[in-house]
Design a protein around this ligand. Structure first.
Ligand code: TYD
Length: 222
């Protein structure tokens, strides 16, 4: 029997903007509509990727060059696509992913100033040119999301050996470049990337996201 390929939705935005909460709420809502859903994240969506995640995010990783950082993000992604994302889409599941290639364009392309072109080339070469059907870009002001991310990571570090603060420790200018790169890619691809104001109450943001998903993707019940 031929199954329709599932939809691929990604969540993007600055650290601490509330992506993972909204992704889980959308997953629950889709499941209520009879859709089978896989939730995952980058970096670290596979077992192998967990090692890359620790290396990439630990504030103990010093001296990693921007190019090496970009290469590791793509190594993680290539494994994730082959091992988890494509098999799930081919089974007909919907895949919701917390960060994907747009994060590389924003953080390495914008934040680290490597530019967008190299990210697009790697996407084509290493990622089978897989693009999301829909990307939810969650936006708040810079200070709000950074403070939230730093509080959360300080709390997490108390309970685990693994501290994931390397990006949060970057200065405000870095995060402003990340935000500018996100806004530029949303401008370039309005048919795929939808900006969502994320500062409102969790329930209201969730309603906006489900409205976008219904409007853009429909809800083919299975
Ligand atoms: P994570 O804790 O997953 O994100 P958040 O703080 O938003 O919950 O951290 C992932 C970090 O990795 C985040 O700071 C962005 C960064 N990153 C990149 O720089 N490039 C990439 O391609 C990806 C996927 C993530």
């Amino acid at each position: 029997m031929c199954v329709d390929r599932g939809k691929f939705i990604t969540f993007e935005g600055l650290d601490g903007v509330g992506k993972s909460t909204q992704m889980e709420k959308l997953a629950a809502w889709l499941r209520q509509h009879g859709i089978s859903v896989l939730t995952t994240r980058e970096p670290g969506g596979t077992e192998m990727g967990q090692n890359m995640r620790s290396l990439l995010l630990s504030s103990r990783t010093e001296g990693l060059s921007p190019m090496a950082e970009l290469a590791l993000m793509f190594a993680d992604r290539a494994q994730h696509i082959d091992e988890k994302i494509l098999p799930a889409l081919e089974r007909g599941d919907w895949v919701l992913c917390d960060r994907f290639t747009d994060s590389s364009e924003a953080y390495q392309g914008g934040g680290r100033q490597l530019g967008s072109e190299i990210v697009h080339q790697l996407q084509k070469t290493l990622c089978r040119d897989l693009k999301p059907d829909l990307t939810i870009l969650m936006l708040t002001d810079l200070s709000h999301s950074l403070n939230r991310a730093r509080r959360r990571n300080a709390e997490d570090s108390k309970h685990s050996e693994n501290d994931e603060n390397r990006f949060e420790k970057e200065n405000r200018k870095f995060h402003q470049r990340v935000l500018d790169a996100y806004l530029a890619l949303a401008e370039r691809e309005p048919q795929r990337v939808v900006k969502i104001e994320a500062k409102e109450a969790i329930g209201r943001v969730h309603k906006k996201i489900t409205a976008v998903v219904e409007e853009r993707l429909g809800l083919a019940r299975k």
